[in-house]
Design a protein around this ligand. Structure first.
Ligand SMILES: [Zn+2]
Length: 159
């Protein structure tokens, strides 16, 4: 096994300029956990996912002991315990609220026929109260004609 690993690593190092030197393997070694611990971890992670906190796929070079990341706040987190602490922080709560509002808006259902009808009635009322009547319209057309004639007289050739 060891014999195979070494050349593979060397080749990779050369190719990636040591970028992934420490990034091999999962950030959490599940094989050392008991069945119960693993189940507990999975449940905790499911809960954290609702807060947009995910386990890192590979080790972070800038923060090698980090195991989780909060996608909302773009931060690295060391453990489940710290993740729980993080979701209680004001900054995170604020980002989460914004995210939830954003999702609520994009998930709004289309209006029902009765809602469309109600909006139609509301617009009709506004038009009746503030809109132009036929008389108003005629008056405006008259003003336009008068103005046009006046301009023609005073400034011939401009219109
Ligand atoms: Zn966060």
């Amino acid at each position: 096994m060891k014999k195979f690993r070494k050349p593979r690593k060397l080749r990779r190092n050369r190719k990636d300029e040591c970028d992934h030197d420490e990034a091999d393997g999962p950030v959490i070694d599940e094989s050392v956990l008991s069945e119960k611990e693993l189940l507990g971890l999975q449940q905790a992670e499911e809960r954290l996912k609702r807060d947009y906190i995910y386990r890192l796929k590979k080790q972070s070079r800038s923060y090698p002991s980090a195991k989780y990341t909060c996608k909302l706040c773009d931060v690295l987190i060391e453990s489940v315990a710290f993740a729980y602490k993080h979701i209680k922080e004001k900054r995170h709560k604020k980002s989460l609220k914004e995210k939830q509002e954003e999702q609520l808006l994009t998930a709004l259902p289309p209006p029902t026929p009765s809602q469309i009808k109600a909006i139609g009635v509301a617009i009709e009322n506004v038009v009746q109260e503030f809109g132009l009547s036929n008389e108003d319209l005629e008056e405006r057309l008259n003003i336009k004609t008068v103005m046009e004639n006046l301009l023609h007289q005073k400034l011939p050739g401009i219109i």
